[in-house]
Design a protein around this ligand. Sequence first.
Ligand code: NAD
Ligand code: MG
Length: 297
Amino acid sequence: MTDRLSMQDPREQYPKPPFPSQPQPVPGLARKMEPVPDHGETSYKGSGKLAGRKALITGADSGIGRAAAIAYAREGADVAISYLPSEAADAAEVIKLIEAEGRTAVDLPGDVTDEAWCRTLVDQAIAGLGGLDILVINAGHQQSREDISKVTSKDFDETMKTNLYALHWIAQAAVPHLSAGASVITTASVQAYEPSASLLDYATTKAGIVAYTKALAKQLIEKGIRANVVAPGPFWTALQSSGGQPDEAVQQFGAQSAFGRPGQPVEIAPVYVLLASQEGSYISGEVYGVTGGAGIA
Ligand code: NAD
Ligand code: MG
């Protein structure tokens, strides 16, 4: 493969649709995807931007969270990873990659729709890392439903709990432990600005994440802590192939982007590094779009 950082046409850099049919139960596993996403396993090179930092990332077993976890470890951070127990096979690969950098990995399987677990997970991350400097709240639940009549209260609850309540519970538990220079990063979506008809509940939570993070940024800067949002466009992750999109849409995923392809998780990792690092010292309350040309707002 050409070096990721050598000059080239970005539209041609990674696989394009059509992709094979590949439905999975939720939550999907990255290791079962075809093609397997690039989370930076061999392609992300660090340069000491996060030396000695301590980071907690939710949903770090796969997709965007995994790409952030690999990048953070390569930049010199110790990383605690939160994920669902059924994703242990993906998570084990991430732990290996963090440890291969000589960094500490803290393993935190559990369900963030449970308030008590959210508080415990923050405590365990802090105990295992010896503190907390970077908090990435990224876990997400997305199930497409073609019509309002199909969004059950159970569906609605699951999406709200995973995407919004857990954000509040984890942030609330973590904030007292953060000190000046720390950084909080949330993952919203282009869906916050351009909601798809089939993602009523999901898009609502993503707009909520933007508002919550901007409000939190105003509180936290009083303590010298920054908070920002990343808003991805279409990224090739198991979120999509496990019901986030219908299977036919997964086969064409990214075709509508100006790039004619979805983003690979490693292509968004540098934004999580920038926002976490002191290079982002004047960046707070912002929303960073990485949308493949669609733009946000
Ligand atoms: P992903 O499925 O690889 O990651 C999502 C992770 O969320 C899962 O790995 C899982 O560990 C975690 N999670 C879900 N429910 C959980 C629960 N109840 N308890 C604990 N962990 C739970 O998919 P991804 O695309 O990398 O998703 C990461 C974030 O990016 C999500 O917030 C998603 O909404 C957002 N996003 C993704 C896209 C995209 O196209 N892939 C676009 C915009 C936004
Ligand atoms: Mg996963």
